[in-house]
Design a protein around this ligand. Structure first.
Ligand SMILES: [Ca+2]
Ligand SMILES: [Ca+2]
Ligand SMILES: [Ca+2]
Length: 511
């Protein structure tokens, strides 16, 4: 455990010494919010992000040197909890299934990839586990061909790592796909390494593509570290702390049959007068030989000012039903007008328009509300809504819901004053799931709600939401940042139940 602290301290020093400036250290990760220039605060924030506080206390309590073997051992495993929709009731606890990881924030993000696979990332997991000087990150690929997701175990998963085993690269922060980038009939996946270093450019970021192939006894999952490519920004743009690939989407954007990738980096973009950048989205072209190494073109926000974090999140879906995919880009400091301070915003670029001419639709949040920190398209009854988190709007944040076709606001969701979620907690993620009667339930998490994480529930329709309550089906007490990630992963192959998976990446196991 001591080694872990030394490694973390070295990492923090590295971060502080190599970033463009102090405030930008914090913008590497969209979880680390707030414009803080004081270095004590930075240490605090980084500590928080790396979730060391609990461990630090524990290691003081049980110093390695005098542990006689009788003291409990505390290990940060991380974990996920899986619930099925037949069990989600507003008046009783549910059966649930917990999978613990092997450290490195297992459960940081959760994805449904295709009919056959779903995935969970542990962005700081090491090989071997718990050797924190070798933190490469691991993406666990789980099969959907099981009877019930409640039978899934960690050792059923295939494990993908960064092909170069790069350390502290943020591998698996997000995943896009599946897509067919080389158009060979096999599904490819795109994995972020937004903190990857290029030369002396710390956290410039890389895009790692895993090209799919045949499965068989030797290859239980279609992806492996042999068949990969790495793309990054060209010398024209690449800079320290770009954080490029913190958001990723893929699809055939130019219509040539090869799926392309758009990658966002909230600190990327040409350096502005006075320093800093506004954030940038870059287009990487798919070809028969795989994803091109560098970008072909880029998108920038409408106003030239730093601290807009354009590209912090992205979605690519057909939101107006014309058969062509549309791009949704958020920046949690985006400005709606030249002289207004940034409150965060969302740009929509409709498919078929020249995206470099600017967005078709925009919406902006209240000043300093960090609107757009998380964006997600969710199914509500038979409609798709766009949900946007503004963590600093209201005491515990606000989730705004829009008709994505027009960006008309439909309703908002906040924590009612009757629920005490604590002063610090704000919404960190959300998703929806239909219960067995077909009613849509919004599940909204706060990794600091009640200090260590809690999820709130409300029945919602395309027009309105009931008041949030603590989801009665979750465990009575929750820890480990429970609710920091939430994903409806759908059904098992051939199954009837839907499942929702909730991450608790900071979970501590006491042995
Ligand atoms: Ca392919
Ligand atoms: Ca293409
Ligand atoms: Ca469209």
């Amino acid at each position: 455990m001591r080694k872990f602290f030394i490694a973390v301290i070295i990492l923090i020093l590295l971060l502080l010494s190599s970033c463009k400036n102090n405030s930008e250290v914090l913008k590497i990760d969209d979880d680390i919010s707030g414009d803080i220039d004081d270095s004590d605060d930075i240490m605090e924030e980084l500590d928080d992000e790396l979730s060391q506080e609990d461990l630090e206390e524990d290691s003081d309590e049980y110093p390695d040197e005098i542990n006689d073997g009788n003291e409990p051992e505390i290990i940060q495993t991380g974990g996920i909890v899986i619930f099925d929709n037949h069990d989600l009731s507003f008046d009783k606890p549910s059966n649930y299934h917990t999978i613990l990881g092997q450290g490195g924030f297992f459960g940081y993000s959760i994805f449904r990839l295709n009919d056959d696979y779903w995935a969970v990332s542990a962005i700081h997991e090491s090989i071997p586990p718990y050797d924190f000087e070798k933190a490469t990150g691991v993406l666990y690929i789980f099969p959907t061909k099981v009877k019930l997701f409640s039978e899934v175990k960690l050792d059923m998963a295939g494990r993908l790592t960064h092909p170069d085993l790069s350390l502290n690269a943020g591998f698996g922060f997000t995943v896009a796909g599946v897509c067919d980038i080389n158009n060979n009939g096999f599904d490819d996946i795109v994995v972020s390494s937004h903190l990857a270093t290029k030369g002396d450019l710390y956290a410039a970021g890389e895009i790692v593509v895993f090209y799919g192939g045949e499965t068989g006894p030797e290859n239980p999952i279609p992806w492996n570290t042999e068949n990969t490519s790495i793309s990054r920004l060209s010398d024209t743009y690449i800079q320290r702390a770009d954080s490029m690939s913190q958001s990723l989407v893929c699809g055939d954007i130019n219509g040539d049959g090869f799926a392309d990738v758009l990658a966002g980096g909230q600190n990327a973009g040409p350096e502005l007068t006075g320093g800093g950048s506004q954030g940038m989205v870059a287009f990487f072209k798919g070809t028969a030989n795989g994803l091109e190494e560098n970008e072909s073109w880029v998108l920038l926000p409408e106003f030239e000012e730093k601290g807009q974090y354009f590209g912090s999140s992205m979605l690519l879906e057909d939101i107006n039903g014309d058969g062509v995919k549309d791009l949704i880009v958020s920046g949690w400091g985006l400005k709606g007008s030249e002289f207004a301070p940034g409150g965060g915003g969302v740009y929509i670029y409709h498919g078929g328009t020249d995206w470099q001419n600017g967005p078709s639709l925009t919406v902006f949040g209240l000043i300093t509300s960090q609107f757009g920190s998380v964006i997600k398209l969710v199914e509500v009854e038979d409609k798709t809504l766009l949900g946007v988190i503004a963590p600093k709007a209201a005491q515990n944040g606000t989730i705004y819901f829009y008709d994505p076709e027009t960006l008309t606001e439909l309703f908002t969701v906040t924590v009612p004053s009757s629920l005490d979620m604590g002063e610090l907690g704000s919404f960190t993620d959300f998703d929806t799931i239909n219960d067995k009667d077909g009613k849509t339930i919004l599940v909204a998490g706060g990794k600091h709600f009640k200090d260590h994480g809690r999820v709130l529930c409300a029945q919602i329709t395309p027009e309105s939401a009931q008041e949030l309550v603590e989801c009665p089906w979750q465990p009575e007490t929750t820890t480990g940042g429970f609710g920091s990630s939430i994903r409806n992963i759908g059904k098992t192959a051939g199954g009837l139940k839907d499942y929702i998976v909730i991450g608790m990446p900071e979970y501590l196991e006491i042995k």
